[in-house]
Write a protein that binds this ligand. Structure first.
Ligand code: DQA
Length: 139
């Protein structure tokens, strides 16, 4: 069974409550149940943290073992050299996901430190982006 982890960065624990006009009204916990039903033959795990170092440690912990990481680094996308370096240090490929289309939003969201070390990036497709990223690893 393939092992795929979803890692969500800061404030994504508030999905469903936080700016629903941008991020939708579903919590990630609810959506994760949907994902598990879509991919019954994949070992899916989910980790969220508001703390940069915890995300770095999680990438290091699973990054030599898992088949894929689907990561939404949230605000750390635009600031974190440490997360970028962790992704390039490990073996497991990472697909970067953003719920909103960061290119259409404020200028400070246009640059991602992660994109250059990710296999690819999905942005602007809402929660569906996570499903599509998992599908990339499954296929
Ligand atoms: C986000 C976009 C980021 O700019 C923002 O800081 C987030 C969420 C997204 O999923 O659209 O927290 O990564």
């Amino acid at each position: 069974m393939k092992k795929i982890a979803i890692l969500n960065g800061p404030n994504l624990n508030l999905l469903g409550v936080r700016e629903p006009g941008i991020y939708g009204s579903q919590s990630f916990e609810e959506y994760f149940e949907v994902l598990k039903k879509i991919f019954p033959n994949i070992e899916l795990t989910y980790f969220q943290s508001n703390i940069e170092g915890e995300l770095v440690s999680k990438i290091q912990e699973i990054g030599f073992d898992y088949d894929g990481i689907v990561m939404n680094p949230a605000a750390y996308t635009h600031t974190s050299v440490a997360i970028r370096d962790a992704i390039s240090a490990v073996k497991t490929p990472v697909v970067e996901v953003h719920i909103s289309n960061i290119s259409k939003r404020e200028a400070f969201r246009h640059h991602s430190y992660v994109s250059a070390v990710a296999v690819g990036t999905i942005a602007g497709l809402g929660m569906k982006g996570y499903e599509l990223a998992i599908r990339y690893f499954v296929d």
